[in-house]
Design a protein around this ligand. Structure first.
Ligand code: ZN
Length: 223
């Protein structure tokens, strides 16, 4: 008899999700942050990826003891083959799929950590902090322009265009792979545009990828 319950290794789960902070000037401004001169990076472990499409608000915030839970809708890139130190002109070739996802953030916790100059993981890398949609296979040409929206309860709350990113997809893959080896299946969350805010019970989030085309609306629900 085994001493502990074991489960087969989930080979579909990425080892890590590399997240980019402050990649849109308007979002940096809404949180009172300076525009960075190099990408602000942090990591969510693969274990932070939510299994389904539900956001259990009370469980995550400990019944609001941890303060507000903010949504950040982001365009996500999936790495198709391992890369280290990817040159800019080869960086896009490492991406094999895109989707939209949510970088859930315990904003009050993050603000307290930031004030003390401490790492953000307690605010951003907790279980269920990363929600990912279905993946849409892409070629390099598909990545020339991307546009997406986040709607909550029928109201458009965020609108992102890749041209507004401070650091584009090529630069991100190149710079990230110079710090962290990117392995097949790893995910890059490319940052959120302005419009972030708190989630409430019953909220229905609809993430719409306008370009590249082909992904159905991805729906998530706060329970
Ligand atoms: Zn984010």
């Amino acid at each position: 008899m085994p001493l502990m319950n074991t489960q087969p290794m989930n080979t579909n789960r990425p080892a890590k999700v590399v997240c980019v902070g402050r990649n849109y000037a308007d979002h940096a401004a809404e949180l009172g942050n300076q525009v960075p001169t190099e990408p602000v990076l942090f990591i969510k472990p693969g274990s932070a990826i939510a299994a389904g499409s539900q956001i259990p608000l009370d469980q995550i915030t400990k019944n609001l003891a941890l303060g507000q839970l903010h949504f950040e809708c982001e365009l996500c890139l999936r790495i198709g083959r391992a890369v280290t130190n990817a040159p800019i002109d080869q960086a896009l070739g490492a991406i094999d799929a895109v989707t939209l996802g949510l970088d859930l953030t315990l904003r009050s916790v993050q603000d307290a950590l930031k004030a003390k100059g401490l790492p953000w993981e307690r605010a951003k890398a907790f279980d269920g902090s990363c929600l990912l949609g279905d993946w849409l296979s892409v070629t390099e040409a598909d990545l020339a322009y991307a546009e997406f929206e986040c709607w909550i309860n029928g109201e458009r709350r965020q609108h992102g265009v890749s041209a507004q990113m401070l650091f584009g997809f090529e630069r991100l893959v190149s710079e990230i792979s110079a710090v962290f080896k990117l392995e097949a299946g790893d995910v890059i969350m490319t940052g959120t545009p302005s419009g972030v805010g708190p989630l409430n019970h019953g909220d229905v989030l609809e993430l719409k990828l306008i370009e590249p085309q082909g992904l159905a609306v991805q729906q998530f629900k706060v329970v």
